[in-house]
Design a protein around this ligand. Structure first.
Ligand code: PHE
Length: 447
């Protein structure tokens, strides 16, 4: 027991092999898989988009993920100091700062949406959600009050509690319980969805591709989503990589993490599409899909309150395990840059996230006039972090690992043949594609 305490407070607080895989899958599987993936797949053509997403995961996601893990484990530091330790240059640690600021901003609004899912889980289990069938009105009513902020605080305190307990004693334990638990929930809800009358047309929409629907835009959306979904460009995988034991294979880990992310997205699709098709709901309707359209579907199915509750609980777990990984990035940074204790780092960072998050939350409800150039604060934060900082952070990873990091071959531990393929993808394919994603998401090119 004493050993344990020492372990989680010392500098060498590391993940066990399986703990690392669970934690990284916990980071990867989030609202991106459960909320965004289904609605963009709905918007951009179903199965063909799904195949494109898989291709992006393989060609760009895997190489960049492995590069981030290698940078983290090689540098054994936060997302900024790992660059410094590996290159000896302040320029790189400065560039690495982008990947510390991005998760801080993302966390500020991600925690808000995580709060909505907790609220909806409670509403659903208690049956209150279904006492009134105006789901748009209910959602708007919720948003225009102060409850979103109360839930935001609950989420921040929950993740603070986990991260404060350290890497092996907090983050690892939390994910080791919740990631398998989430899989069980997913399978239960999937069986419910697949046995709904009319589910088949949803399955075929999701799994039989029509490639004529693809275009440049859907390709860039798929690529951007592959990045977001694997938590890349955000310092999280560098930070988690810094806690991986030397003896663990990063190549195998990379495959397991991407495989896990894909599996959870696949099952999420096998829940959302059968359900929406069974109830005649448009799956491409955008963000309102989960909070407005799905409650209508749950209200119409037997034991809907129970399944709806499980579904929102699932979403909440997915969001919390990702939020934990977002919090760990700036916490690790402030610990190694300023020598703060883990506890102080956590408190200060979540206080900062709260302060930054409040205007974002209010801009969606009580204070819709909080806009800049016609975009509400919430959307600006999402835009700035996900569309600008994230691709920049990703580009920095590929260029650093591909051209500047001398010991990268050793750290990655690939066979000579795979190493050559990896390096080619990192040096040429990934940066070019990431630049296109950046030009597209930042609005500099349009189709
Ligand atoms: N990958 C998470 C998701 O799919 C989001 C995330 C991005 C989490 C970056 C951590 C870092 O929702």
């Amino acid at each position: 027991h004493i050993n344990n305490i020492n372990q989680s407070s010392s500098k060498d607080d590391r993940f066990s092999s399986s703990g690392f895989i669970f934690a990284a899958i916990g980071s990867a599987v989030g609202l991106g898989n459960m909320w965004k993936f289904p609605y963009i797949t709905g918007q951009y053509g179903g199965a063909a988009f799904f195949i494109l997403f898989i291709a992006c995961l393989v060609i760009v996601g895997l190489p960049v993920l492995l590069a981030e893990l290698a940078i983290g484990r090689g540098g054994r530091g936060s997302a900024s100091s790992s660059y410094y330790k590996l290159s000896g240059s302040k320029v790189w640690s400065g560039l690495g700062m982008i990947s510390v600021i991005a998760p801080f901003i993302i966390m500020s609004f991600y925690a808000i949406v995580a709060g909505w899912t907790l609220h909806y889980a409670m509403l659903s289990f208690s049956g209150k959600l279904f006492s009134n069938s105006d789901f748009t009105g209910q959602f708007n009513g919720f948003m225009s009050g102060y409850y979103p902020i109360v839930w935001q605080i609950v989420v921040l305190l929950l993740v603070a509690f986990v991260v404060m307990k350290g890497v092996s004693g907090g983050i690892e334990k939390f994910n080791k319980v919740l990631i398998p638990g989430m899989l069980a929930l997913l399978v239960i809800i999937m069986v419910r969805a697949l046995t709904l009358p009319g589910a088949g047309s949803g399955v075929s929409f999701f799994l039989s591709p029509d490639f004529s629907k693809l275009n440049e835009e859907s390709a860039l959306v798929a690529l951007g989503h592959a990045f977001f979904s694997l938590s890349l460009g955000m310092g999280t995988m560098i930070t988690y990589g810094s806690y991986v034991k030397k003896s663990q294979s990063l190549g195998a880990g990379t495959l397991a993490i991407a495989g896990g992310d894909l599996l959870y997205a696949l099952i999420a699709g096998l829940i959302i599409f059968p359900t929406t098709f069974a109830f005649g709901i448009d799956p491409g309707q955008g963000p309102g899909l989960v909070f407005i359209a799905l409650p209508a579907a749950f209200s119409a199915m037997p034991f809907g309150a129970f399944f709806g509750g499980l579904f929102f609980l699932l979403l909440a777990i997915a969001a919390l395990t990702s939020t934990v990984s977002l919090l760990e990035v700036p916490v690790a940074f402030t610990m190694d840059r300023f020598g703060w204790s883990r506890k102080s780092s956590v408190w200060i960072i979540i206080l900062g996230c709260f302060i930054l998050g409040v205007p974002a939350a209010l801009s969606l409800g009580v204070l819709p006039e909080l806009t800049i150039g016609g975009k509400v604060v919430f959307d600006w934060m999402d835009f700035f972090a996900s569309n600008i900082l994230l691709p920049l952070g990703g580009l920095i990873v590929t260029v650093f690992a591909g051209y500047f990091y001398k010991g990268v071959a050793d750290e990655a531990g690939l066979t000579a043949g795979w190493f050559r393929i990896w390096l080619f993808l990192l040096r040429f394919v990934a940066p070019i594609l990431v630049v296109f994603v950046f030009l597209h998401t930042s609005g500099l090119i349009k189709f």
